[in-house]
Design a protein around this ligand. Structure first.
Ligand code: ADP
Ligand code: ADP
Ligand code: ZN
Length: 221
């Protein structure tokens, strides 16, 4: 079977990572999040990580050439041979074109595009309580999705930390950048009939059920 590719869009805190990981596990696809890849590089102290961190901490997008190379390399790894859930990539027109070019070469294409919507006020609440695993990047929330043992990851026992780009100022900037540079991309997918929009302000399980239904239609159709 040809590989499947599902894109997840949404402003910061929408639940892309939370839903994307669950969906990937359910479908047996790789979960690929550009933000996670950058944070792993930053944690490891690589050159790429140092450059990326300068942009991330200002709430700006990392330049396209760096981002495209990193994500396409990740998609060529063996665990992504059946396809992937892409969280946070593409975010610009150049990235979208590069992705479609690569997928076409692999005899594949974009199967579904999910847009999870939330308000800026809800994003502020959620990102304040967000804690991330240093080891496996799993995401928790002190209020809505706490780990079983405070400070440690349920999945791998790793230490949890708060991202350095979650200040109110950075969050505002990230919201603006999303509206300016990424929202326009969605029009293109809507016109091709690929877009499914969901209300992300509901509980995690409810949002997931809606995504399962959308993916079910895809598999059935
Ligand atoms: P994104 O990847 O879009 O930035 P995350 O999946 O990291 O979003 O979720 C942001 C924060 O909100 C995390 O702390 C997560 O645990 C929490 N969260 C995710 N989805 C929901 C939801 N539907 N209701 C309440 N909290 C949520
Ligand atoms: P959130 O989950 O809050 O939406 P991410 O973890 O996806 O945030 O991304 C964090 C930061 O990583 C972004 O603010 C940006 O600096 C950088 N980044 C992630 N994906 C991309 C991308 N596709 N293009 C450019 N920069 C990106
Ligand atoms: Zn972990």
């Amino acid at each position: 079977m040809r590989p499947r590719y599902i894109l997840i869009f949404g402003p910061p805190g929408a639940g892309k990572g939370t839903q994307g990981r669950r969906l990937a596990a359910k479908l047996g696809l790789a979960y690929v999040a550009s933000g996670d890849l950058f944070r792993q590089q930053a944690e490891a102290g690589t050159e790429l990580g140092k450059v990326a961190k300068q942009y991330m901490d200002r709430g700006l997008y990392v330049p396209d050439d760096i981002t495209i190379r990193m994500v396409l390399e990740r998609l060529r790894e063996p665990d992504a041979a059946r396809g992937a859930i892409l969280d946070g990539f593409p975010r610009t027109l150049a990235q979208a074109e590069a992705l479609e070019g690569a997928l076409a070469e692999w005899g594949a294409g974009i199967d579904l595009v999910i847009y999870i919507k939330i308000s800026e006020a809800e994003a502020l609440r959620r990102t304040r309580g967000r804690w991330v695993c240093r080891n496996c990047q799993a995401v928790y929330n002190l209020e809505t999705n706490p780990p079983r043992v405070a400070g440690f990851c349920d999945v791998c026992g790793g230490e949890l930390y708060q991202r350095s780009d979650e200040t109110p100022e950075t969050l505002r900037r990230r919201f603006e950048v999303f509206a300016e540079q990424t929202l326009p991309l969605l029009e293109h997918y809507r016109q091709r009939g690929l877009l499914v929009e969901v209300d992300g302000e509901r509980p995690i399980d409810q949002v997931f059920r809606e995504l399962e239904a959308a993916v079910g239609r895809l598999v059935a159709g």
